[in-house]
Write a protein that binds this ligand. Structure first.
Ligand code: ATP
Ligand code: MG
Length: 328
């Protein structure tokens, strides 16, 4: 069986972008693949985090994975910082990566733009992400469209390491959803929706209540034309809403456009708000049950143990190939 790996940062409450771009496909994949799902807390600290909130969000994210349909008996669900091999291999891969290629990453450019001071970790984020993936000899990485460039870099680092030292790492492929791979901000539909966006109105969180969802969708930026059609370049706002609609109904965009022929944005938005609220209310219910349960700690303990076993094996091989430490 092939292996998949995917990580999410505990950097905020999950958004419908995280869900449609990444999480939605996890339950479908878990039966077919050897699956690793990770809460990447070391990635979250590349930007400032409140210590107590970070802890809370880490636990919250674990509960959310399961609430979205991950079966802890089928997958390995774990916290990145509890498997030290990730940061060790990350260092080694930083010594394979060049500063130039890291500076070219659009995520680094976006997140450092306008900041007075940027951490070194924000620049070296991609080698850590490469380590996450490569430690499990991953075949496929199911992520959103925004991670394309980082996966390409992961492939390059794996190949470079393999050629320079020894053939240690499997070179992984990306897997991107047909619908929902890139959900945009509701307030600026040329920018992707992000859980760490300061503008709450731009983002629908998986824990939002129906009223808030309706308010946010109603005030989503569209255009003055009033015709429901998909045109990403000229009508990014309504196109984004069509994508969200498609993601939560499994109808195609064409089908939805046909259904709303002659109708206005108002009707469309009202329906969409109801669809999103209904869909995520089940997730929310499961989430609240899990968050308080002790079961969650048992699941994360088991995940830590299993991930450590696999990761330390790969790390040992990589160290040997590089000549780090003694051979034993
Ligand atoms: P942050 O703003 O802190 O970077 P984020 O919302 O970008 O948070 P990540 O933890 O960086 O979330 O990414 C988790 C997963 O969600 C990744 O697979 C990523 O590709 C996916 N993802 C993030 N934003 C979107 C989006 N707007 N549309 C689709 N997928 C997304
Ligand atoms: Mg992100």
């Amino acid at each position: 069986t092939q292996t998949i790996f995917s990580g999410i940062q505990p950097s905020g409450t999950l958004t419908i972008g995280n869900y449609l771009g990444a999480m939605k496909q996890f339950p479908e994949l878990q039966d077919e693949y050897n699956s690793y799902f990770c809460i990447v807390d070391h990635h979250a600290i590349t930007v400032p985090q409140d210590r107590l909130k970070l802890r809370e969000r880490t636990r919250s994210l674990a509960a959310m994975y399961i609430a979205c349909g991950i079966d802890p008996n089928k997958v390995t669900l774990f916290i990145q910082s509890e498997v030290p091999a990730h940061t060790e291999l990350a260092w080694m891969l930083q010594c394979v990566a060049s500063v130039g290629e890291l500076e070219r990453m659009t995520q680094f450019k976006d997140k450092s733009e306008g900041q007075e001071s940027v951490t070194a970790g924000l620049l070296t984020y991609p080698p850590l992400m490469a380590a996450d993936i490569l430690l499990y000899q991953t075949d496929i990485v199911p992520v959103g469209d925004d991670q394309k460039q980082h996966i390409e870099l992961t492939r390059n680092l794996a190949e470079r390491f393999n050629n320079r030292y020894n053939d240690i790492f499997n070179v992984p492929d990306i897997k991107i959803q047909e619908v929902g791979a890139r959900i945009m901000s509701l307030q600026n539909p040329t920018k992707k929706m992000s859980k760490s966006d300061d503008n709450q109105k731009a983002t629908i969180y998986l824990l939002d209540d129906p009223k808030r969802i309706e308010k946010k969708i109603k005030s989503a930026v569209t255009d003055s034309e009033g015709i429901i059609e998909f045109d990403k370049d000229n009508k990014p706002g309504i196109s984004n809403l069509l994508n969200i609609y498609a993601g939560f109904t499994n109808k195609s965009v064409d089908q939805i456009v046909a259904e709303y022929e002659g109708k206005g944005y108002g009707d469309f938005k009202t329906d969409l708000a109801e669809i999103v609220s209904n869909y995520i209310s089940d997730i929310q219910q499961r989430y609240h049950e899990l968050y308080e349960s002790e079961e969650l700690d048992d699941i994360l303990d088991q995940g830590q143990e299993k991930a450590n076993k696999v990761a330390s094996k790969t790390l040992k091989k990589a160290k040997k190939a590089m000549g780090i430490g003694r051979v034993h």
